[in-house]
Design a protein around this ligand. Sequence first.
Ligand code: ADP
Ligand SMILES: O=c1ccn([C@@H]2O[C@H](COP(=O)(O)O)[C@@H](O)[C@H]2O)c(=O)[nH]1
Length: 211
Amino acid sequence: MKQRPAIIGVTGGSGSGKTSVTNAIYEHFKGHSILVLEQDYYYKDQSDLPFEERLKTNYDHPLAFDNDLLIEHIEKLLKYEAIEKPVYDYTIHTRSENTIHVEPKDVIILEGILVLEDERLRDLMDIKLYVDTDADLRIIRRMVRDIEDRGRTIQSVIDQYVNVVRPMHNQFIEPTKRYADVIIPEGGQNHVAIDLVVTKIQTILEQKSIL
Ligand SMILES: Nc1ncnc2c1ncn2[C@@H]1O[C@H](COP(=O)(O)OP(=O)(O)O)[C@@H](O)[C@H]1O
Ligand SMILES: O=c1ccn([C@@H]2O[C@H](COP(=O)(O)O)[C@@H](O)[C@H]2O)c(=O)[nH]1
């Protein structure tokens, strides 16, 4: 009998390559029933705050996320019910008014900086991955990405990294490595690690009579 969907957790610091690893796994199973849930889309709604106030929010702290809503949505997907996924706009630091209708699938990839920090989320996962990339590469990647895609200046990326991202990474993200089943150095270009993970996911899906 087909069991509940499988949940793959993918975490790591900002700029570590979580999205690249997620995309590589997604590409492998593309013909199958698979979806991606980004924890970033579940940042708390801040539309009631003025833009200047939103700039002061600590986006690397566990309390920045609406994990209650995220868990509510995962529980629906586990029952094969559809959800309305929120959409987050990094340029204005809040949710947009739109949502994305997401149909349930057999495999859910849950990706985000703090998905292993919440025990409730960990307990839902069939496999937990930590993408481990050195801090110098992460800041370089983040610098390029935040300027090109998220409307930031060099100085704002540096200030946010030094004052918030780095200390929060050390306090909250790095310690979750201990919960990972697999640690992937360097992220999406690590084809050996991706192949091993894909093989393991296939086994889990066969055990669940999904594949
Ligand atoms: N192995 C790599 N080599 C070079 N650039 C990379 C590599 N992996 C990711 N990137 C780039 O770094 C940036 C951050 O990667 P991403 O996968 O989005 O990380 P995360 O989701 O962990 O923040 C992206 O612009 C991506 O294209
Ligand atoms: O409004 C926001 C929301 C988030 N951030 C930063 O984003 C990263 C997480 O995204 P990754 O794709 O994992 O890099 C987090 O470190 C926050 O600092 C933001 O700047 N503004």
